[in-house]
Design a protein around this ligand. Structure first.
Ligand code: NAI
Ligand code: MG
Length: 356
């Protein structure tokens, strides 16, 4: 039987609490389906590890992770360790080191999920945002000159390579073609007169290979407005690192909140492992209370199943998540329930055993 090796990095705060429920779900699916098994290996990396060892992960951490089929991550970052340290030394190190240049964030309003918009039909909010995840505005390029002096200057440079821009846009076209959906590019060519003009040109250029894919192109400010006013405009969306970061938080708010939003960091060539995570942080304000919503972590577990080619199972896990929200038997306080994190996880397992 096929055995998938998963590296689990529960991380900080509510990370371990929600990841535990996701692992429970994956074990249950494997047990019920019987086509494959999972083997989970846990790594204690994160802020506590940093306070003891002066680093966010072991020096040979990347070599160790390289051997796995996927990485399942909770959240990293906690008061006491500066956020730029925890982010760059763990999360971004993995995303960049493993060339996970595609960030996939499904923004789908499931039945029963809270939505802040009035008069919106469930089927209106169903988009797949593909965010460039390796360069752009988050390339970390720039300088800090004359620090602390009156003539102080900082430069934060966006880096858009032809290779980097082409491959994310091509991935998005492939996805849209495969799903038989339209593709919307979001950029800002009027103000960012180098990077985004370049982006728009590549979007058109690559599009010549996909005459069957219907395309739209929006400026990011207009796109933010349309996402709220007419979310049905968007199906598959491709955008840069910074714009994608911001728009997917907006999307998360539209589709049920942070407790429900999942994201996958993909290395499409499968040369390196891909990483799956809920997009929320470590939520220090509710950590340790067993009230964090595990549904985002469970949704990202379903993305692991999709990634291994078991879309049928991924869909069923999502069905169970939807069912939990519809029946409202076990929901955490952020969804106006009174259940604990583990009770929600248990309920998903129960529903899965009925669905599968
Ligand atoms: P956060 O996402 O941790 O929390 C924002 C708000 O949403 C809080 O009120 C929190 O209680 C609530 N929340 C988040 N996830 C929830 C869940 N599953 N169930 C119920 N409520 C939930 O963002 P914040 O407070 O800005 O960051 C806290 C720490 O997490 C920081 O150190 C930050 O750097 C880190 N962080 C890490 C991320 C990652 O590992 N990918 C992403 C975002 C933040
Ligand atoms: Mg973000």
């Amino acid at each position: 039987m096929k055995v998938y090796k998963i590296a689990v990095i529960p991380g900080d705060g509510i990370g371990p609490e929600v990841i535990e429920e996701g692992v429970k779900v994956l074990k249950k699916v494997a047990a019920l389906d019987k086509r494959f098994q999972f083997e989970f290996t846990y790594f204690p990396w994160g802020c506590e590890f940093y306070l003891e060892n002066g680093k966010m992960m072991d020096d040979n951490g990347m070599e160790i992770l390289q051997e796995f089929d996927a990485i399942y991550l909770g959240a990293v970052g906690y008061p006491g360790v500066p956020d730029h340290v925890s982010l760059w030394d763990l999360l971004l190190r993995i995303r960049k080191g493993f060339d996970q240049y595609v960030n996939i964030r499904p923004i789908t309003l499931l039945k029963g999920a809270p939505c802040p918009l009035k008069d919106v039909k469930r089927e209106d909010i169903d988009m797949l945002v593909i965010r460039e995840n390796s360069e752009g505005e988050y390339a970390g390029a720039g300088d800090w000159l004359f620090k602390g002096k009156p003539e102080e200057v900082v430069l934060q440079t966006g880096v858009f390579s032809r290779k980097g821009t082409e491959r994310i846009i091509r991935y998005a076209y492939e996805t849209a073609r495969h799903m038989n959906k339209s593709l919307t590019s979001i950029s800002k060519g009027n103000a960012l007169n180098y990077s985004m003009v370049f982006w728009d040109e590549i979007f058109e250029e690559v599009g010549k290979d996909y005459p069957d894919v219907k395309t739209y192109s929006y400026l990011v400010d207009a796109a933010a407005m349309f996402m709220v006013k007419q979310p049905e405009r968007f199906e598959v969306v491709v955008t840069s690192n910074l714009f994608g970061d911001i728009l997917t938080d907006l999307g998360a708010a539209l589709a049920g909140g942070l407790g429900l939003a999942a994201g996958a960091n993909i290395n499409p060539e499968k040369i390196y492992p891909s990483m799956f995570e809920p997009i929320h942080g470590s939520a220090p304000d509710i950590a340790g209370k067993n009230i964090a919503n595990p549904l985002a972590a469970i949704w990202s577990a379903s993305q692991i199943l999709d990634f291994f080619g078991y879309q049928d199972l991924g869909e069923k896990v999502l069905k169970a998540v939807e069912q939990v929200m519809v029946e409202k038997v076990a929901l955490t306080p952020d969804m106006e329930g009174t259940a604990s994190t583990s009770e929600v996880g248990d309920r998903v397992l129960f529903l899965l055993s009925e669905i599968l």
